[in-house]
Design a protein around this ligand. Structure first.
Ligand code: AMP
Ligand code: GLY
Length: 424
């Protein structure tokens, strides 16, 4: 099969890396890709949100199968447009992707399906939102309804922060139309973990779990990011807990979507909080997590392409996934300043030496090549991943690779995996 992957992050590098190893994979294209992806796929300069150009690319290159990495093209209807053109695609329709694209839709769906999530209010008017905040008190969480590149969730520790969040989202329109409506929800306390399942309509096959590190700095300090590191599995998700998540969260929600006439096809990501009051859903995503996808892929023994094609075609009984029992962990290296303002174009050296550490794979998240120089080209730039018999060992290997990378303008957290290591 000739395959096109859409996206340019560490997630897409990990996907391309695994797809390339499939005996079923013919030509592998990636749009737009990055300098790391260019080593395993042919990168084509089409942006991941240029729906018309992506469909045209798939058509003109006679692509058999398209794997859509990020949420923006899903919410914009790329999977729909590809299917209309008769091209097999992995990823939900725009209407199904609303589970990520609209927090209000997600909350109402959970309510309808009896899926546990934080209590909330929805508002399209700032004064009403503020009156609710006054009645409710802090802490609470303000969420822009629409997509906001991972920045639309504001945890507010006191009422003033919550009023400021409403001004930022609804009055200053920091996220444009995405903030025209907001969800304000209870602040949940507990341990976070993520769970992934392949879904086609009402059928689902569980993948494995992961734990992300969203804060920018060690000790979970600093601003929220897209994720500064992750590992799989999440120790809190035992096989029994995975069964409970499938029964109480994944199956009811995909049933609800199908009933709504928006059957889900693709990978469904459930962001969960383990509270003293049971498991609650923080968010659903319509795609693989990034960086979570990187340790997931390092643990996958089976043919990724065969599984994704079977999911897209609705042959769920053909999906038999084997995983390495060993955990895998990824440390994200980001440009100084991320998640705020950062510069592009700083020089990165030492990747070949770093990649020689046994058990280590390096995924590119935001890089480009200029001649034979490798340059940073984004906020999150590299994912240094390792698989090993234990999390402490995987962490040691990943950091020993990180320490061989010479990139003065980059930074990373030094404590990825702390929760799992604390447990063991
Ligand atoms: P989301 O994009 O909805 O997952 O939110 C991003 C991050 O904000 C989550 O990973 C949590 O760490 C935090 N968060 C979101 N909703 C809540 C909540 N109701 N209570 C506590 N933390 C939350
Ligand atoms: N790492 C969080 C996400 O992909 O949404």
């Amino acid at each position: 099969m000739d395959v096109l992957v859409v996206g340019s992050g560490g997630r897409e590098h990990a996907l391309c890396w695994a797809l390339r190893r499939s005996p079923l994979c013919g030509r592998l294209l990636c749009a737009p890709g990055n300098a790391g992806i260019a080593k395993v796929a042919d990168c084509v300069a089409v942006a991941a949100d240029d729906i018309a150009a992506l469909v045209e690319l798939a058509r003109s290159e006679r692509i058999d199968f398209v794997v859509i990495g990020p949420e923006a093209p899903l919410v914009a209807g790329l999977a729909d447009r590809l299917r209309e053109a008769g091209i097999l695609a992995f990823g939900p329709s725009a209407r199904a992707a609303e589970i990520e694209g609209s927090k209000i839709f997600m909350k109402e769906l959970c309510e309808r399906c009896g899926v546990p999530t934080a209590a909330y209010g929805r508002f399209d008017e700032p004064d009403e939102a503020k009156a609710f905040i006054r009645r409710h008190g802090a802490p609470l969480v303000v969420k822009a309804d629409g997509l906001a590149a991972g920045k639309g969730v504001i945890v507010c520790h006191n009422e003033n922060e919550a009023y400021a969040a409403i001004d930022h989202v609804m009055i200053e329109s920091a996220f444009g139309e995405a903030g025209a409506q907001v969800v304000i929800e209870d602040f949940l306390i507990g341990e976070e973990a993520s769970f992934f399942a392949l879904v086609h309509g009402e059928q689902a096959v569980p993948l494995v779990s992961a734990q992300d590190h969203k804060a920018a700095f060690d000790g979970d300090q600093g601003p929220n990011t897209g994720g500064m590191g992750a590992y799989s599995p999440a120790p809190i998700i035992t096989p029994a807990v995975a069964g409970e998540i499938m029964a109480k969260i994944i199956r009811p929600v995909i049933h609800g979507l199908a009933e709504d006439g928006r059957p889900y096809v693709g990978v469904l990501y459930a962001g969960l909080m383990f509270t003293h009051d049971g498991i609650k859903v923080l968010e659903f995503n319509a795609r693989f997590g990034d960086p979570e996808c990187q340790p997931l892929i390092l643990r996958l023994k089976s043919d990724l392409l065969a599984a994704l094609v079977a999911c897209a075609e609705g042959r769920m009984e053909d999906i038999a996934l084997d995983w390495y029992p060993d955990p895998a962990l990824v440390v994200v290296m980001a440009t100084q300043g991320y998640p705020g303002h950062y510069a592009r174009g700083s020089l990165i050296e030492g990747l070949e030496e770093a990649a020689q550490v046994p058990g280590v794979s390096i995924f590119h998240a935001g890089t480009r090549r200029e001649g034979d120089r490798l340059l940073a080209d984004g906020g999150r730039v590299l994912g240094v991943a390792a698989r090993a018999p234990t999390v402490p060992r995987a962490q040691e290997l990943a950091y020993s690779a990180v320490d061989r990378i010479v990139w003065p303008d980059g930074f990373c957290r030094r404590d990825i995996g702390w929760r799992a290591i604390g447990r063991s």
